[in-house]
Design a protein around this ligand. Structure first.
Ligand code: HEC
Length: 333
């Protein structure tokens, strides 16, 4: 098709050109004839592809194969895994919560991060580490530098060796990382009936469902478990956890902590705050990222408008101008 158009165009142009160009045009048209031969065979193939009979028979063949396969194996390929497991193995899907920082223009609620840190420190830190967060990270986010220094100094860190080659303990500094509740993994497992409390630094990113999932986990315990569900000693039933049996018992109860800003410490309030804190821990660059994002959108839209303007009003007249050679008039005649 393309070659035919090209050939025809070339011919037409050839006709209006001086004689010496016409030879070229003829060559082109000969080329066209040769191409036509191949176009003819491919158009037969095209008409086969486009024919209704082909369409109907291919559809029948597909439907037939699917029917035959389902008759033989009872289900479709690739869907088998879904059938092989029970819905509860995947865990209940968490509902979507309206987090303050969810929208593209929204930043973290920093008062909530501050309360969430308190919940983490007073409740979760008994079992969960927060390896990737250093004290200094809290400065300017949830606490002032003096507050953070004071909090760090309450924790003893091992340092050294000193001049005598001895390790010694010293109060924490801004550069230290959050202390671990257990000395090592075995101690953590031993303290929790064999389950390992995961590090919470990246838990929001590490779990399907993110903040919604973690919120649902810590508020979603069902006690006693529904009829027919067997839970081993030391485990708790939580429908949001894949499998349903969680090695962490319910930890949040109304009034567990005292918020300094007077917010009522209900279980759901504490859960919301600690999840906001953990969302920040998993993505400390979040606020900055959105701010830079919106700057980039503004900047690039301005640049797009400018380039459209330049293309339309400055470049187009140059691109479309026609240069005509006006030969000098022979004055002799
Ligand atoms: C008494 C110790 C203890 C406390 C306190 C505790 N946890 Fe846990 N947590 C665990 C253990 C043990 C597990 C591992 C459970 C498992 O794998 O079955 C766990 C698992 C988790 C998980 C991971 C679930 C998953 O999908 O793997 C999250 C999230 C979590 N805890 C959040 C918290 C938060 C938030 C707090 C504070 C409000 C908290 N935990 C307090 C012991 C604790």
């Amino acid at each position: 098709m393309l070659s035919r158009q090209l050939g025809a165009g070339a011919l037409r142009r050839g006709a209006s050109l001086p004689a010496f160009r016409q030879k070229n045009a003829l060559n082109l048209s000969r080329g066209l004839a040769v191409r036509n031969a191949s176009t003819a065979s491919s158009s037969a193939f095209e008409s086969f592809l486009n024919s209704r009979l082909t369409l109907v028979s291919v559809s029948l063949f597909t439907a037939g194969s699917v029917a035959w396969y389902t008759h033989l194996y009872g289900s479709l390929p690739f869907l088998a895994q879904v059938h092989a497991s029970h819905a509860s193995d995947e865990g209940l899907h968490p509902p979507e919560y309206p987090w303050d920082h969810k929208g593209i223009l929204n930043t973290f609620d920093h008062a909530s991060i501050r309360r969430g840190y308190q919940v983490y420190r007073e409740v979760c830190a008994a079992c969960h580490s927060l390896d990737r967060i250093a004290w200094r990270n809290l400065v300017g986010v949830s606490h002032t530098v003096d507050e953070v220094k004071a909090m760090a100094e309450e924790v003893e860190y091992q340092d050294g060796p000193d001049d005598e080659g001895e390790m010694f303990m010293r109060p924490g500094k801004l550069a230290d990382y959050m202390p671990n509740p257990y000395a090592n993994e075995s101690a953590a497992r031993a303290g929790n009936a064999g389950s390992l409390p995961p590090d919470l630094s990246l838990i929001i990113k590490a779990r399907h469902g993110g903040a919604d999932y973690v919120y649902s986990i810590i508020t979603g315990y069902v006690d006693p478990p529904p009829a027919g569900v067997e839970i081993r000693e030391g485990m708790s039933y939580n429908p949001f956890f894949p499998g349903g049996a969680l090695g962490m018992a319910r930890v949040l109860y109304d009034g567990l902590v005292d918020f300094e800003d007077g917010t009522p410490a209900t279980a759901s309030q504490m859960a919301k705050d600690v999840v906001t804190f953990l969302s920040w821990a998993a993505e400390p660059e979040h606020d900055e990222r959105k701010k830079n994002g919106i700057k980039a959108v503004i900047l690039f839209s301005a640049l797009t408008l400018i380039s459209l303007y330049v293309k339309r009003f400055k470049w187009t007249p140059l691109k479309n101008r026609k240069l005509i050679y006006d030969p000098p008039v022979d004055k002799k005649h």
